[in-house]
Write a protein that binds this ligand. Structure first.
Ligand code: UD1
Ligand code: UDP
Length: 382
């Protein structure tokens, strides 16, 4: 048996991990044994628990319950816990997703114990090292043995950082193997879209009609923690909801909810909370999120995952950041990088709603990325 230790912690990692766990359960149960470690970075029911049930992800074998803290303290607590479990479980591979502090902690603990690190969602770059995620993903990539990039851009980023595309097995931390293999999140979207249609009642609950509302998420620290940026974002939302008379649904990350009253001007806060077209709700489950994305007229977001899902569901997207890792969706003219700038955001709304014949060529694979990854793990067994 090939033994994997998978580390998850934040909401998007739980969601991404569902694809690999499903491939293992359905196709490789005799060959691969997956042990799951939840760092506890996200812990609210609607940020963690809900996904395990709904997406049939196996219960974590371990939960470190680290909770929220400063970057240093949170990451340090994770490293301590992960190290103990790596020593006990002695896995063949350590599986890490994305770019959170849980990813960074796993990379540091695994690499120092000489456990081969497998990075899923490797190679993505914003080229902005003020983002904590950029530091996490660069560090993780450079101590990984197998690197699976979802996009061609990600793969090319790795090559430009010195990774060799022609390495031969056996692969090691000093002789890593890079792949361009498609996106496990696209696998999930394909898999769960039909189930979501059958099970989700979110449109009825929120009293919105298909193609007649905007979906918006905001959670990046530089947007939530900077009052100037947060006011600009919510001013834009207020403007679009009023000028275009369109409902805007905001399933808000707890980070944003907690800081909204403090960082928005009192007048704007009251206007947002009382606006008939603006509906701030708690984070929703993945099936509800799929339905909200699929039926929206447009998506505004600073989330990495939601930008991609907008593309999967062929929705125009306003990116509420100064750059994106998903260059292709901007090049294809289905998304606009508008930053936290009211003029850009309201302009992007008009431009995208007027753009005719948006094209969404496939750039995130064929829905079989997790199968590909499992096969490569078995083939390259170290
Ligand atoms: C983290 C990731 C980010 C990812 C996001 C996904 C890092 C550095 N950042 O950001 O890349 O896009 O997850 O959602 O790892 N909180 C709760 N309940 C929870 C979790 C968090 O209330 O279950 C609140 C706490 O006040 C906490 C804050 O959210 O301090 C931020 O949480 P944290 O995990 O530190 O970072 P995220 O902003 O969620
Ligand atoms: N998501 C969800 N419910 C929500 C908001 C987001 O299920 O209320 C899902 C979304 O569909 C995507 C993932 O969470 O799959 C994105 O996570 P997030 O935006 O927290 O982090 P990021 O992708 O930016 O790291």
């Amino acid at each position: 048996m090939l033994k994997l230790l998978t580390i998850i912690g934040a909401r998007p990692q739980i969601i991404k991990a569902a694809a690999l766990s499903r491939a293992i359960r359905d196709h490789f149960a005799d060959t691969i044994n997956e042990v799951i470690l939840h760092t506890g970075q996200h812990y609210d029911n609607n940020m963690s628990r809900v996904f395990f049930k709904e997406m049939e992800i196996p219960e974590p074998d371990y939960n470190l319950h680290v909770g929220s803290d400063s970057h240093g303290k949170q990451t340090a607590q994770m490293i301590i816990g992960i190290e103990d479990i790596l020593l006990k479980e002695k896995p063949d591979y350590l599986i890490l997703y994305g770019d959170t502090n849980s990813t960074l902690a796993g990379a540091v603990a695994g690499a120092k114990l000489h456990v081969p690190v497998v990075h899923i969602e490797a190679g993505l770059r914003s080229h902005n090292k003020n983002m904590p995620e950029e530091i996490n993903r660069i560090t993780c990539d450079h101590v990984s043995t197998l690197l699976f990039s979802p996009t061609k851009t990600g793969y090319n980023n790795l090559i430009s950082e010195g990774f060799n595309k022609d390495t031969k097995s056996p692969f090691t931390i000093d002789n890593p193997r890079i792949y361009h293999c498609g996106d496990v999140m696209f696998d999930n979207t394909m898999f769960f879209s039909g189930k979501a249609e059958k099970r989700s009642k979110i449109l009825r609950i929120l009293h919105v009609k298909p193609l007649n509302y905007v979906l918006c998420t905001i959670h990046r620290d530089n947007n939530t923690d900077d009052p100037v940026r947060l006011n600009a974002l919510f001013n834009s939302i207020y403007n679009i909801a009023g000028e275009h008379d369109i409902p805007i649904i905001l399933p808000l990350h707890p980070r944003t909810t907690k800081i909204l009253r403090q960082n928005l001007s009192g007048k704007l806060y009251d206007s947002i909370i009382n606006h008939p077209n603006i509906n701030i709700i708690k984070p929703v489950s993945f099936l509800d999120m799929i339905i909200l994305e699929k039926n929206s007229s447009l998506i505004m977001t600073d989330s990495g995952g939601v930008q991609k899902e907008a593309y999967f569901f062929q929705k125009p997207c306003i990116i509420l950041r100064s750059e994106t890792e998903w260059k292709e969706i901007v090049e294809n003219r289905t998304a606009i990088v508008a930053d936290a700038n009211k003029k850009n955001i309201t302009g992007a709304y008009k431009e995208l709603t007027n753009r005719k014949n948006l094209h969404f060529p496939p750039i995130f694979g064929d829905g079989n990325a997790a199968m590909f990854i499992c096969k490569e793990l078995i083939r390259n067994r170290i």
